[in-house]
Design a protein around this ligand. Structure first.
Ligand code: ACO
Length: 318
């Protein structure tokens, strides 16, 4: 038994922050941001809006597109770096908002690779028969973690959520997933804060060595995509769409170029969304499904990389 994606959904908050808006906050300019990152705007959560609120809309849209209800779901995984609270998990908070009293619910924290990790875990549950219907969500209010005076980081990120529904299938579906982590690189990208003795300690905003992250991302995205193709005896030409974590257009283009995948088969949303961390891949997938580019029967190669470092891929037939 395999799992397959039966529906997709996404949500971005209404408020848009453009590069021009950022020019008023930090010493930056639209041309620099666009040329170095490809980003022109990002969505920002409304006052009081939490990660589970964003996740709820994406999840409801995914269920609707699958023709299923929350009462059908027996596994709910939320990939997030920005949970509503320390505990309960955002998955449990979302479960309550969905009106879903049954099943298993938990969060996965693998930063920008979170959705690929969550999809892989859900796929294992489905393959071994532990779950019959999985809702997998990537959701972030990542702008909560930004220092709006640090131009090195605040221009890069945005808020959003994406979701997929998995159902059993006699044929793949999800052909394979490959996950990796190497904690020796933790210092290159982190939010080095914690809660201790009831107090926030350390620094609660993103710290990043942008150049090192860039080089690492391009290297491992290429590796993990090749690993996915090789393990399924497929060629680059067998893939209809490459959907990478949306961090920077130059990371996306370099990876596609190394793999030999032409730009017209690469889904890009970083221009509109910025980097939405765990939400970026399911957001990009849902947009490409809804605008008619991704259609049933096509093969997709999804791959992400993020803090940890973590990285991974999923080879999928829609
Ligand atoms: N506006 C104007 N100038 C800026 C800005 C800004 N917003 N940010 C940095 N600069 C300046 C720096 O201060 C530096 O100036 P200096 O040379 O006088 O010291 C200069 O621009 C740096 O220029 P470059 O090194 O050419 O910048 P680069 O091409 O490396 O781009 C960037 C920087 C965009 C951060 C890039 O390294 C990157 O995208 N790295 C990946 C980071 C990433 O994606 N992180 C997301 C999380 S991880 C993930 O999702 C994979």
């Amino acid at each position: 038994m395999y799992s397959k994606i039966a529906g997709t959904g996404s949500y971005t908050p209404e408020q848009v922050l453009t590069n021009r808006d950022l020019e008023k906050l930090v010493d930056t300019d639209d041309a620099w941001i666009r040329s170095r990152t490809g980003i022109t705007q990002r969505h920002i959560r409304a006052e009081g809006q939490t990660t589970s609120d964003l996740a709820l809309v994406a999840a409801q849209r995914a269920l609707q597109s699958a023709g299923l209800a929350a009462s059908d779901v027996d596994l709910l995984i939320v990939a997030t770096t920005t949970p509503d609270m320390v505990f309960p998990s955002t998955a449990c908070l979302l479960q309550a908002k969905l009106g879903m009293p049954q099943g298993v619910a938990f969060d996965i924290q693998a930063v920008c690779t979170g959705f690929v990790y969550a999809l892989s875990v859900a796929d294992q549950f489905m393959r071994n028969g532990s779950a019959r219907c999985a809702l997998v969500v990537g959701a972030e209010t990542f702008t909560n973690l930004l220092d709006w005076q640090d131009r090195n980081t605040c221009v890069l990120f945005g808020d959003g959520a994406g979701a997929v529904v998995l159902v059993p299938s006699p044929e793949p579906g999800i052909y394979s997933t490959h996950l990796h982590a190497d904690g020796r690189h933790a210092h290159l990208l982190s939010v080095p804060g914690s809660v201790c003795g009831g107090q926030a300690s350390g620094s609660p905003t993103v710290k990043m060595d942008g150049g090192a992250v860039f080089k690492f991302a391009v290297k491992v995205l290429d590796q993990v995509c090749r690993e996915a193709l090789a393990s399924n005896a497929l060629q680059v030409s067998d893939v209809d769409w490459l959907i990478l974590h949306q961090a920077n257009i130059r990371i996306i283009e370099s990876t596609a170029n190394k793999l030999g995948i032409p730009p017209e088969r690469v889904v890009v949303t970083v221009d509109r969304h910025g980097n939405t961390s765990a939400a970026s891949i399911p957001l990009a997938l849902d947009l490409a499904v809804r605008d008619g580019r991704v259609v049933p029967g096509q093969r997709l190669l999804l791959a992400g990389v993020g803090g940890g470092f973590t990285w991974g891929s999923a080879l999928v037939r829609m």
